[in-house]
Design a protein around this ligand. Structure first.
Ligand code: NAP
Length: 269
């Protein structure tokens, strides 16, 4: 007798442009698993938890704006998700909901794919959900400074042993000079005509990683490329995170290259 088809989802608002269904459904197919990944547009978490969806799901990813509020609905969360205060992956087993955060790991795995983090000083722009997770993860390995528009949020990340300051032109210019790697973890750049970093402060030695993946070539990435910087796009982080969710749910370790290829095909379709 065949087992029940498993169901996974991305919940959040909006979710209609997500690449995750293409990635996970391709992997389920590749491993011959009876499973499907769907998107569920969720404006209100209470409504979601009272709906039939929750009965049918085996796991789900969470995107904006629910990564923090989801925690109170879960039975258990990992130590790292607790430290960060955000969950983006949930595994459901025997009715119990376990929360994970894979954002930081996704960013670190992206960096390590291309560079050695030893002795590198990292400047992170943004202390929102993604910024917190990346700061938590990278500060375990190397020196990190965070700049954020709202200074209080940057200062709060000093609990991870980092420096936290206000994001303004003076601090940006000074901190870029002292850093080897710049990571944009703000949402500035989702509009392709805007960058959080004026081109004039980018030097050719700087390694630039923009975690925004839509558009893939943000203004920051385009200008960094023009300046001769080594660049990494946000699709790499999405790919590494997708890998981790898939592993948490299925125990399988899919090929990063196939996930990246699937995501690229979806982006250009
Ligand atoms: P979030 O929690 O809403 O945080 C947004 C961040 O952007 C905050 O630090 C906010 O600063 C800053 N910000 C917003 N508008 C700004 C402005 N005009 N000037 C300066 N700073 C501004 O969002 P998130 O979940 O961290 O996501 C941030 C971005 O990362 C999004 O574009 C998201 O799509 C992307 N992301 C990518 C991946 C991936 O896998 N590649 C994963 C997660 C997120 P304040 O604190 O001052 O508001």
């Amino acid at each position: 007798m065949s087992s029940k088809k498993k169901l996974y989802a991305l919940i959040g608002h909006p979710v209609n442009k997500s690449l995750s269904p293409a990635i996970h459904n391709r992997m389920f197919n590749k491993y011959d698993l009876r499973a499907e990944y769907i998107t569920i547009d969720v404006k209100n978490l209470n409504d979601f938890f009272e709906s039939d969806h929750i009965e049918n799901l085996d796991g789900f990813n969470i995107t904006m704006p629910h990564k923090e509020d989801i925690i109170k609905y879960l039975d258990e969360i990992t130590e790292s998700a607790n430290e960060i205060g955000c969950v983006n992956t949930v595994k459901i087993k025997d009715g119990s909901l376990m929360g994970f955060n894979t954002d930081g790991l996704g960013a670190r795995k992206t960096l390590e794919r291309f560079i050695d983090l030893d002795d590198k000083r990292i400047l992170i722009l943004g202390a929102g959900g993604a910024g917190k997770a990346i700061t938590y993860e990278l500060s375990k390995y190397t020196e990190v400074c965070v700049l954020n528009r709202t200074q209080k949020e940057a200062k709060a990340l000093e609990r991870f042993g980092t420096a936290g300051k206000k994001l303004n032109f003076t601090n940006l210019k000074e901190e870029i000079k002292r850093s080897d790697i710049l990571i944009n973890a703000t949402s500035v750049g989702m509009d392709e005509n805007v960058s959080p970093v004026p081109k004039e402060v980018l030097g050719s030695e700087l390694i630039v990683f923009d975690i925004i993946y839509s558009p893939m070539k943000t203004k920051l990435i385009r200008e960094a490329e023009e300046k001769g910087c080594f660049i990494m796009d946000g699709l790499w982080m999405l790919v590494h995170q997708g890998y981790k969710s898939f592993q948490i749910w299925t125990g399988k370790e899919p090929s990063i290259d196939i996930i990246r290829k699937t995501a690229l095909e979806k982006v250009s379709s």
